[in-house]
Design a protein around this ligand. Structure first.
Ligand code: GAR
Length: 228
């Protein structure tokens, strides 16, 4: 463990391609953080194998071993705190979190969600965007609050829907943008440029009136200098 770097824990339920993007960014020197724990609610999650291969401690907890959601989440968050993590990233973590259990992490926990929030909270976001006839789809990274997929949005990546997109193709085309978006936001949070003032995000000390947008040049806003 390199104690001089911000300590980050990651939760993931699935294959872990967003985790892989975080690890790659760190390897390339673009994300100066120390990953102290990767946890999952699924012992078979690919994300856990990726973490093991990278030498990061892992944690797999089975929700069925707990009486209820709150008990599971309280134990999970206690173990994350014990890892020394200061920041927490949900990278494809597919469980709803208990509001009381997550409260100590508000402002220090971000989630990536495959839609242009506030559109399409919850599941099947690509299908719902197509069914609605949207011309634009995307992904959002937001601070996690007790409201499911409802915390303040920090940054978004936008993608034009193409003729021929089905649910699978749209998801596949969005994923590379997710893989740029999540490390870029974590980098801002870890560096202190992005902060939580108790209610809302602040970027370089200023309120963030609208989500930062991912472009070829990094994260930015038409009215703000590029963050990278
Ligand atoms: C990603 O598309 C992520 O945006 C989504 O799960 C996928 C995980 O893929 N997250 C959610 O739907 C959260 N509500 P990965 O395991 O390859 O990173």
């Amino acid at each position: 463990m390199n104690t001089s770097l911000p300590r980050v824990a990651v939760l993931a339920s699935g294959r872990g391609s967003n985790l892989a993007a975080l690890l790659a960014a760190r390897e390339q020197g673009e994300l100066p953080v120390d990953f102290v724990l990767v946890g999952s609610d699924k012992a078979a999650a690919g994300a856990l194998r990726l973490a093991e291969a990278a030498g990061i401690p892992t944690l797999a907890l089975d929700p069925r071993s707990y009486p209820d959601r709150r008990a599971f989440d309280l134990d999970l968050f206690a173990r994350i705190a014990a890892s020394g993590a200061e920041l927490l990233v949900l990278a494809g973590y597919m469980r709803i979190l208990d509001g009381d259990a997550l409260r100590p992490w508000v402002g220090r926990m971000i989630n990536i969600h495959p839609s242009l929030l506030p559109k399409y909270r919850g599941l099947h976001t690509h299908r719902r965007a197509l069914e609605a006839g949207d011309h634009e789809h995307g992904a959002s990274v937001h601070f996690v609050t007790a409201e499911l997929d409802g915390g303040p949005v920090i940054a978004q990546a936008r993608l034009a829907v193409e003729t021929g997109d089905d649910e699978h193709r749209l998801a596949q085309r969005l994923l590379p943008l997710e893989h740029r978006l999540l490390p870029a936001v974590l980098r801002l949070l870890a560096s202190g440029r992005l902060q939580w003032d108790g209610h809302a995000p602040r970027f370089d000390g200023q309120p963030l009136p609208a989500p930062l947008i991912l472009s070829d040049h990094g994260l930015g806003d038409p009215d703000l200098p590029l963050a990278e």
